[in-house]
Design a protein around this ligand. Structure first.
Ligand SMILES: Cc1cc2nc3c(=O)[nH]c(=O)nc-3n(C[C@H](O)[C@H](O)[C@H](O)COP(=O)(O)O)c2cc1C
Length: 172
């Protein structure tokens, strides 16, 4: 599928069906994150994939019982390894870097027919403890993955601002 069609097709999946994601597919998704660009190529990320039911149960509590986490087959905790580097424009690099890596993983998931949803509604301290994330590092976000029962045969309506509202030529 053409990239723009993949982008148009993708939606955040809020619940998943009971179907396992193949290890090869999961690795392809992780590969997409690994190969993402980052400021100064510092690659300040650690991806922790979670599928163990016991770990998922505790994770679910830390996510306040979110259906997305409850039904996800796999969850990738997107963690930082370095939050101290600022880009030449003065803005923190890790926010940009981990967002790009997450977007790459989401698009690979879409290509593989796997649904995804970024989850940022959680108690970070509980997750840090659960996943033994070192003290100076952060759990940036969770990426819930699974198969969905959503019928994508009809065109998906994207609630987005129009291009003319978000794009100007030559000046603001
Ligand atoms: C930075 C970020 C944080 C998000 N956090 C959550 C979240 O905590 N829980 C959730 O269900 N969805 C979360 N989402 C998904 C957004 O709600 C969703 O992307 C947005 O409503 C647009 O819908 P779409 O992804 O289906 O196009 C998050 C998305 C982004 C980009």
């Amino acid at each position: 599928m053409a990239i723009l069609d993949l982008i148009k097709n993708r939606v955040s999946s809020k619940s998943f069906i009971d179907k396992e994601i193949d290890e090869i597919i999961l690795n392809n998704i992780l590969e997409a994150g690994r190969l993402a660009p980052s400021a100064k190529n510092r690659q300040p990320w650690r991806f922790i994939s979670i599928s163990d039911p016991g770990v998922k149960k505790i994770l679910l509590d830390a996510c306040f019982g979110a259906e997305t986490i409850k039904t996800a087959d796999k969850i990738i905790a997107v963690c930082t390894t370095n939050i101290n580097y600022n880009m030449p424009n003065g803005q923190p690099a890790h926010v940009f870097d981990l967002s790009v890596a997450t977007a790459f993983m989401m698009m690979q998931a879409e290509h593989e027919g796997v649904g995804s949803c970024i989850v940022t509604t959680y108690n970070e301290e509980l997750i840090r403890e659960l996943l033994t994330v070192p003290f100076s590092m952060r759990v940036f976000s969770l990426l819930a993955l699974g198969y969905t029962a959503v019928d994508k045969s009809n065109e998906i309506f994207k609630e987005r601002k129009s291009l003319k509202d978000v794009h100007n030529k030559e000046h603001w």
